[in-house]
Design a binder for this molecule. Structure first.
Ligand code: SF4
Length: 544
């Protein structure tokens, strides 16, 4: 018999009853904040950034922070907060943590559902201030600038205390916006202007930890454990931000630089304190195994009786001991990212992995008992030739032979999963002005790969749909011109139709023909071009 669907209030009760705090939060305060994740509860509560900001806000004197999620608007009364069932419009500040551009559509649905004017210029005294933080705010706020009062750019520890000070002053809406605009790392379009021309030096400076001070801070970790998440009851601990590798396509490495790593002692102290609550741990970092103390951390967690899963391991960091810790816990799957089919192209993207190292590590992985190995690869990389695409096939085939040969010795035949994405040019990287590959060429390359891998035993190919590549590239680099397109998406238009209907607009953004880097400003490939940067929608963002 089908289970009856719980009402929104029953669901609220079930979710709250299942949560366990890793820190006792007072949640008393005269100034109320609604903090939202524009996706489901299950996805939002799996996001460490969201969980950490919730803790930091509730630690502030006189601030009480509630949570809300995109699925709460199933209730016809409009989205309400989880803790106190309060409509969003009753809060002086409605803050969103947005980590993926794909969630913009949910953000655009939540505000009207909460009867908060979508256009920020139509909000007045008594309407909440709408703030957006998270990775999307610090990468490229321009597409949301028509709807957002304040963008928070940087590490939450650097921003929350001064933000809370302003909120506690109970100022009028205009005075609050003016006071927030004076704070470092906050971009207030109504005060600073569409391109932050009114900000000091015309720049908004992202507030982030320097390597030394970041190493000494309390490592961000899960605030509320719950079985109702994608990462059921897993204690997440951030061990590092940024990556020493600096692959030229990787926004996380460039946007988060300089790399910040917390000590193994600090990580294990948190793990020990929370061990009575759970036996599952997840390590969060731009590249987990890039941490110099990764082995002491893994050993310590295993010694405390934690089950640890690593989603992806940096190739050069793979060792017998790391693999032994993972396989001893029953892990059979691992992912690595060679990115390109040959050394020449890997060098061009600054991926410091030789073929020899790759083969050695795959041999080690197979010997450890891992039977499913995912290989992240890209096509359409800057400077790619037809032969480079063939080399992707050749590399996977050669790695497959090594993987099977070693697996057979253990009596297990494994599978390789080449997962091929299109290269997506991302803001803040040296490749930000490179074009997305021609969609027709991408389609042909994916077909070619699919046909070659289909014939290969023990290989399961996963290729990125080209429509998705165009949409993703557009979401990353779009400017204010995207507003009507995003509103169509929020109204339910499928991506395929949006890409077809607005093809010219999208192509002008994702395939600018290197027009920005031409003539006297021409730079070599993979090198930052300050002139092109200045003209980009995110050109007013600077690093501290
Ligand atoms: S190794 Fe991974 S995380 Fe590090 S820079 Fe390269 S792509 Fe980014």
């Amino acid at each position: 018999m089908a289970q009856p669907v719980p009402t929104p209030s029953e669901r609220r009760r079930v979710l709250l009853a299942a949560e366990r705090e890793t820190e006792s939060l007072s949640r008393h305060g005269r100034t109320r904040v609604a903090l939202g994740f524009p996706n489901s509860y299950e996805i939002g509560m799996s996001n460490l950034g969201f969980q950490w900001v919730y803790r930091l806000l509730n630690r502030e004197e006189n601030i009480a922070c509630d949570r809300f999620f995109a699925d709460e608007d199933a209730d016809r009364r409009g989205p309400r907060t989880l803790e106190t069932d309060t409509p969003l419009g009753d809060f002086p500040l409605v803050a969103f943590s947005i980590s993926w551009e794909m969630d913009y559509v949910n953000f655009l649905r939540l505000l009207p559902a909460a009867r908060i004017p979508l256009d920020r210029t139509e909000r007045g005294e008594g309407d909440p201030i709408v703030l957006v933080g998270g990775d999307c705010a610090r990468i490229n706020p321009a597409p949301l600038a028509a709807w957002v009062d304040v963008f928070a750019m940087g590490d939450a520890e650097k921003i929350v205390p001064s933000l809370a000070d302003v909120l506690r002053r109970d100022l009028t809406r205009d005075a609050t916006l003016a006071a927030l605009a004076d704070l470092k790392g906050l971009y207030v379009p109504a005060v600073h202007g569409a391109r932050a021309e009114g900000a000091e030096d015309g720049k908004i400076v992202v507030q982030q930890f320097k390597a030394g001070e970041g190493a000494l801070r309390e490592p961000p970790h899960t605030t509320l454990l719950t079985p109702h998440t994608e990462l059921s009851d897993k204690l997440l601990i951030e061990i590092a931000r940024g990556c020493s590798e600096m692959c030229r396509f990787c926004w996380a490495a460039y946007a988060m630089a300089p790399q910040v790593r917390v000590t193994a002692d600090a990580v294990l102290e948190i793990a020990k304190r929370n061990r009575p609550l759970t036996s599952r741990a997840g390590l969060i970092a731009t590249a987990v195994a890039d941490h110099p103390e990764i082995l002491p951390i893994l050993r310590g967690l295993a010694g405390l009786g934690y089950h640890i899963a690593l989603s992806s391991v940096k190739i050069d960091a793979i060792s017998e001991e790391i693999l032994a810790i993972l396989t001893k816990q029953g892990e059979h799957a691992l992912a690595i990212a060679p990115e390109a089919g040959n050394e020449r192209l890997r060098r061009a993207i600054n991926k410091k992995v030789s073929d020899e190292m790759l083969f050695d590590k795959v041999r080690l992985i197979a010997r450890s008992g891992i039977t499913q190995l995912k290989l992240y690869l890209q096509v359409g990389l800057p400077g790619e030739t037809d032969g480079d695409v063939d080399d992707v096939v050749g590399l996977v085939d050669a790695l497959r032979l090594v993987f099977l040969e070693e697996g057979r010795k253990l009596g297990r035949v494994g599978t390789l999963v080449p997962t091929v994405n299109a290269f997506i040019p991302k803001p803040h990287t040296p490749f930000e002005n490179e074009p997305l590959d021609d969609p027709a060429a991408l389609t042909e390359k994916m077909k070619r790969l699919s046909a070659a891998f289909w014939k290969m035993p023990n290989v399961t190919f996963r290729g990125m749909p080209v429509v998705e590549a165009i949409w993703e590239a557009y979401l990353a680099k779009m400017g204010p011109e995207s507003a009507p397109i995003l509103l169509e998406a929020a109204a339910g238009a499928p991506v395929r139709r949006l890409v077809k209907t607005h093809r010219d607009t999208l192509m002008a953004v994702v395939r600018p023909g290197r027009a920005l880097a031409l003539a006297e400003h021409e730079s070599p490939r993979g090198v930052f071009d300050p002139h092109a940067r200045q003209a980009a929608p995110w050109g007013f963002i600077a690093k501290s």
